[in-house]
Design a protein around this ligand. Structure first.
Ligand SMILES: [Fe+2]
Ligand SMILES: [Fe+2]
Length: 159
């Protein structure tokens, strides 16, 4: 079955997040702190813009649907994961800065020891993305008529 407009827009944005995150990981593991921080900040900007649209969308869905969201798709859960992503992103930013500030002779070891902080963010981002792709957006696609979805799909496609 082909994806609806809004499912495709969400999926495309998630793929772009992973690309930007991988840019940051490549730079971080190459000990290029400035490039890593640039990509990491770009990731926050993209995800922040995406979350704003998504949280507004879920608010509209809540007023339109006749049935409760499916198991694992509760709006409160999605929003709690957004805030947890924000928190893990900020912790990883600090980690990148710390590694960047470490003396050159111990920087690689600091990077290896700090890599987990970036991967923790990656794991939650992937987990959250799958929740949305498999549970939340299929429900949104059914709960909202096309004319209400279209504007949100366009906005998500720009994140
Ligand atoms: Fe999303
Ligand atoms: Fe999300």
């Amino acid at each position: 079955m082909s994806l609806t407009d809004i499912e495709a827009a969400n999926l495309g944005a998630h793929a772009r997040f992973i690309e930007t995150l991988e840019d940051a990981l490549v730079a971080f593991t190459a000990l290029d702190g400035e490039a890593a921080l640039r990509s990491w900040a770009e990731l926050a900007r993209r995800i922040g813009a995406h979350q704003v649209v998504e949280e507004e969308l879920l608010g509209v869905v809540a007023t339109h649907e006749g049935t409760a969201p499916p198991r694992g798709g509760a709006t409160a859960l999605v929003i709690a994961e957004h805030r947890q992503l924000d928190k893990l992103h900020a912790l990883a930013t600090q980690r990148i800065e710390l590694v960047h500030a470490a003396p050159i002779e111990s920087r690689r070891l600091a990077m290896v020891r700090g890599l987990d902080d970036l991967l923790r963010f990656r794991h939650l981002l992937e987990h959250h993305g799958l929740r949305e792709e498999r549970i939340v957006y299929p429900h949104v696609a059914v709960a909202l008529p096309h004319e209400l979805r279209a504007g949100f799909a366009e906005r998500l496609a720009r994140t």
